[in-house]
Design a protein. Structure first.
Length: 183
């Protein structure tokens, strides 16, 4: 594929949107936001997750971003219920045992609350239980992996925003916005 033919679109997937172009049940899909034809999602993002999706017509780029053997990092901003300590986070850094096997080690840091858009509906809030924001970077992409990892160590995910994939960042795109980029 020539560079002129390659299309790469980044999209900020809103909460409650499917990461596919069609749905028989009338739910919001990529087609509700992105009019570009013949591009396909490089990886999925759960309906209840938000943030960066990369869509392309370049199969090699798609594989590079999604295949675990390519070791392409994906960073998520994750709001969890509770206040994990370093010992808790070390479990994620070492890999945790999920039903589908041991996860590869993650890079995990506590982060300040990011300046991001309001979510609709908002995350449930309980005055007696604090929340903590984590930056979690993984190179795998198993189904609901980050949510299962935080639940495994006792800190359920309340909100999950993918911020970057393989060096491509969300930047200041707002939910539902997309743009072409050059790689």
């Amino acid at each position: 594929m020539s560079p002129q033919e390659r299309q790469v679109v980044i999209f900020n997937k809103p909460f409650d949107t499917l990461s596919q172009f069609t749905d028989g049940d009338g739910r919001k899909t990529l087609a509700d936001f992105i009019p570009v034809k013949d591009v396909y999602a490089a990886g999925r993002l759960d309906r209840d997750s938000e943030g960066l999706m990369v869509l392309t017509n370049d199969g090699i780029l798609q594989a590079k971003l999604t295949q675990p053997q390519s070791k392409s990092p994906k960073t998520y901003w994750v709001q969890v219920e509770g206040a994990p300590q370093e010992a808790d986070l070390d479990k994620l850094r070492n890999g945790v045992e999920l039903k589908d096997g041991l996860t590869l080690p993650a890079i995990v840091e506590i982060m300040p609350e990011p300046e991001v858009w309001e979510r609709h509906p908002p995350v449930r809030f309980r005055a007696a239980i604090p929340t903590t924001w984590l930056a979690i970077t993984i190179i795998e992409g198993r189904n609901r992996q980050v949510r299962r990892m935080t639940a495994n160590i006792g800190f359920p995910t309340l909100r999950l925003i993918r911020y970057s994939m393989g060096g491509i960042i969300l930047g200041d795109l707002q939910p539902g916005e997309w743009k072409h980029i050059e790689i």
